[in-house]
Write a protein that binds this ligand. Structure first.
Ligand code: GTP
Ligand code: MG
Ligand code: ZN
Length: 341
C-alpha cells in the first residue's frame, strides 16, 4: 500500500478524519478527491495535484463529498459525517444539498430578517449533523434592537453580525472555519451569501446581484452549489437562495426549540401538541409572556408540516391525524352550538 499524498486537498479540508474515512479505499490504489461542483449527474472534483476533473459514478454525489476515484470514475463515496437536505418541492422526496460540513451558516439579511425562516433553517441544519451558526448579514443596515430581538426569539442560538461594507464580523466567521472546517451558506436569495464568500476569499469569485427596491428580495443570482478553499484555512460552500425549504418526516424540532421541549415536560398529556389541550404548559407560557407567541405559532406550523409528511408515508399516522382532526371539528361544532359558553 502506497502512502496517500493528499496534496492540495489539505486546502480543501483534508484532515485526519478524512484520512481515516479514506482508509478502506487506500489499498485499492484509488485517488482521493473532493466534489467542488455538481452539474446534473456529473461531479466536478478536485484532485491532490490541484486539477479539476469531471467524474462519474454509480451513486449520486453532492458538493462537499469526499470520493475515491480512478481516472474519471468514482469508485466510492466516503461515509458522510453530515448532509444538508430539504424536501424537494417537485419530487416530494428529500434532496441532498451539500455534504461533510461542520458548520451551517444561516444567513439572515438585516434588512429583511425573518425569524420563522431562521427556525426552519435551524431545523434543517440540526438535522444535517453539522452545527448551525446564525449570521446577521448586512449589519450596516441593521436597526437598533434587531440583533437582540432575534436572540430573544431564537432562544440561545449564537448570532454573529457581519457586513461586507465595513468588514464587521468577518474575522470571527473566518475563525469558525479555520483550520480545516467546511461551512455551507444557507439563506434566502439576496441575503448576501455570495458577497460574504467573496469577502472571505478576498476576491470577486462569485457573481452577486442587487435586491429589488420594493421588498429587498434577491434575484436568484447564484444558480449552482460550489465549494472553495479560503485563504488561511477552512472551506466554504456557496449555494443559491432556495424558495422552498420543506422539512422531511424524520426531522426533529427538539434542538431548534429546546425551550418548548423543556416546557412540554410539564404538559398534562405526554403527547400534547400544545394546541388548545387542557393543562398545556407551553400554551400557558405563551399566554404569560414566557414564550413568544410567534415562536409557538412557527413551531406548530413546522410540527404540522412534519406530521403531514409522516402521514404520507405511514398509514397508521394518517389514521391518527384524521382522528385528531375529526375530534377537533366535532368540538368546534359543539362550541358553535353553545355560543354563550
Ligand atoms: N449594505 C450591504 N449590502 C450587502 C452586503 N452584502 C451584500 N450586500 C448586497 O446584497 C445584494 C445581494 O447579495 P448577494 O451576495 O448576491 O446575495 P446572495 O445571498 O448570494 O443571493 P442569491 O445568489 O440570489 O441567493 C447585493 O446587492 C449586495 O451588494 C452588506 O454587508 N451590506
Ligand atoms: Mg449568491
Ligand atoms: Zn402542551
Amino acid at each position: 500500500m502506497s502512502a496517500i499524498s493528499p496534496g492540495v486537498l489539505v486546502e480543501y479540508g483534508w484532515n485526519e478524519r478524512v484520512l481515516a474515512l479514506f482508509g478502506e479505499f487506500a489499498p485499492l490504489s484509488l485517488e482521493p478527491a473532493r466534489v467542488v461542483r455538481v452539474e446534473r449527474s456529473m461531479c466536478m472534483a478536485v484532485l491532490p495535484d490541484g486539477s479539476e476533473r469531471l467524474v462519474r459514478g454509480a451513486a449520486p454525489c453532492v458538493v462537499g463529498d469526499w470520493v475515491a476515484v480512478r481516472e474519471s470514475t468514482i469508485e466510492g463515496v466516503l461515509a458522510r459525517w453530515s448532509a444538508l437536505s430539504r424536501l424537494d418541492p417537485e419530487a416530494g422526496v428529500m434532496q441532498m444539498l451539500a455534504a461533510n460540513m461542520d458548520l451551517v451558516v444561516i444567513t439572515v439579511p438585516a434588512d429583511r430578517a425573518s425569524a420563522s425562516r431562521v427556525e426552519r433553517e435551524l431545523a434543517l441544519a440540526w438535522d444535517s449533523g453539522a452545527r448551525p451558526l446564525v449570521v446577521l448579514t448586512k449589519s450596516d443596515l441593521s436597526v437598533p434592537g434587531l440583533e437582540q430581538s432575534l436572540r430573544d426569539r431564537l432562544a440561545g442560538v449564537d448570532i454573529l453580525p457581519t457586513s461586507t461594507v465595513d468588514d464587521a464580523g468577518l474575522d470571527r466567521l473566518r475563525a469558525q472555519l479555520q483550520p480545516d472546517r467546511t461551512g455551507v451558506l444557507l439563506g434566502p436569495s439576496g441575503a448576501g451569501k455570495s458577497s460574504l464568500a467573496n469577502a472571505l476569499l478576498g476576491r470577486q469569485r462569485f457573481a452577486t446581484g442587487t435586491v429589488r427596491e420594493a421588498d429587498a428580495r434577491g434575484r436568484h443570482t447564484t444558480t449552482s452549489r460550489q465549494l472553495v478553499p479560503l485563504p488561511g484555512g477552512g472551506v466554504l460552500i456557496d449555494t443559491p437562495g432556495l424558495r422552498s425549504l420543506g422539512l422531511g418526516s424524520h426531522v426533529g424540532l427538539g434542538a431548534t426549540y429546546p425551550d418548548i421541549e423543556a416546557l412540554s415536560l410539564s404538559c398534562r398529556f405526554r403527547d400534547c401538541r400544545h394546541d388548545a389541550e387542557p393543562g398545556c404548559a407551553v400554551a400557558a407560557a405563551a399566554n404569560s409572556g414566557g414564550l413568544a407567541p410567534a415562536r409557538l405559532v412557527s413551531f406548530q406550523k413546522l410540527q404540522r408540516e412534519i406530521a403531514a409528511e409522516e402521514s404520507k408515508t405511514d398509514p397508521l399516522k394518517r389514521k391518527e391525524e384524521l382522528a385528531v382532526w375529526k375530534a377537533r371539528t366535532k368540538a368546534a361544532r359543539a362550541k358553535a352550538r353553545r355560543p354563550n359558553r
